[in-house]
Design a protein around this ligand. Structure first.
Ligand code: F6R
Length: 251
């Protein structure tokens, strides 16, 4: 794992966007693994800016998302399809034919089969990633095992509480989701990872400091990835003592 210590979260997002764009420059039909949530929003803003200024060409780019809530329609503003359209897909003119995201309204098993068939045949060139307060990646919640492929999960109370900020009440937060497995995330050729905010500090310590790789904090498995670059601002990085094998650089 490589850790790049930045001046600010804004700089982390800018550098993460550059890394994503470099992959597209090298491989115009790259398959981008995408995440939703608060953390990647400025990353997408920078990517969209580059496309608008015609400095990047997304004419062949394909995308696959980590997860989607079960029970939310793509038109629902809290669905991840809606989020992706709003923050990236529409502005970059990526048509639905090049977008793989679980359909939260379809039969769950059929969706898992569809997503897994695609993921098995199409390696992800670069996966954008953040982490939940409990160390989840995608919606792979603390567990006794690491799941490999797309599967359905029950969301923990902690995750529902954390995500309720985007809904009008916690009761509206779905209780289940479809997520790429931790195994699928680990098969991405490259991972661009960001985290920000004090509430993520505990999870980031478990991920970066010497310690066990455990499904109780799913993000710890990223220690084993061959090409994972993590961007942290100096305020957060200053509170963490990375393990010896983490290559630390200043931006
Ligand atoms: C989103 C996802 C989640 C989020 C994580 C952090 O597709 O899979 O793992 O990355 O919950 O969310 P934010 O960025 O909102 O703190």
């Amino acid at each position: 794992m490589k850790l790049i210590v930045t001046e600010s979260y804004e700089q982390s997002a800018y550098l993460a966007a550059r890394m994503m764009l470099d992959v597209v420059r090298e491989k115009p039909d790259a398959l981008l693994g995408l995440a939703t949530g608060t953390t990647p929003v400025p990353v997408y803003r920078y990517m969209v800016e580059e496309v608008r200024q015609e400095k990047a060409d997304f004419g062949k780019v394909r995308t696959i998302n980590l997860d989607e809530y079960i029970g939310l329609d793509g038109e629902d503003p809290n669905s991840y399809l809606y989020f992706m359209r709003k923050h990236l897909l529409d502005a970059c003119r990526i048509p639905t034919g090049r977008v793989m995201i679980p359909n939260g309204m379809a039969d769950t098993q059929a969706e898992l089969d569809r997503m897994n068939a695609f993921a098995d045949a199409n390696p992800i060139d670069v996966q954008l990633l953040s982490v939940g307060v409990n160390g989840h990646i995608g919606f792979n919640e603390p567990s006794d095992v690491f799941y490999d492929r797309y599967h359905a999960v029950k969301l923990t109370q902690k995750t529902r509480e954390s995500n309720s900020r985007l809904f009008s009440s916690i009761e509206e937060v779905p209780t289940e989701a479809i997520t790429m497995g931790t195994g699928g995330i680990m098969r991405a050729r490259k991972i661009v990872f960001l985290a920000a905010g004090e509430e993520k500090l505990d999870a980031m310590k478990k991920i970066l400091e010497d310690g066990e790789v455990t499904p109780k904090c799913q993000g710890t498995i990223l220690k084993f990835h061959q090409d994972c670059t993590l961007f942290l601002d100096k305020a957060m990085a200053g509170q963490i003592r990375p393990a010896a094998y983490v290559e630390v650089r200043r931006a």
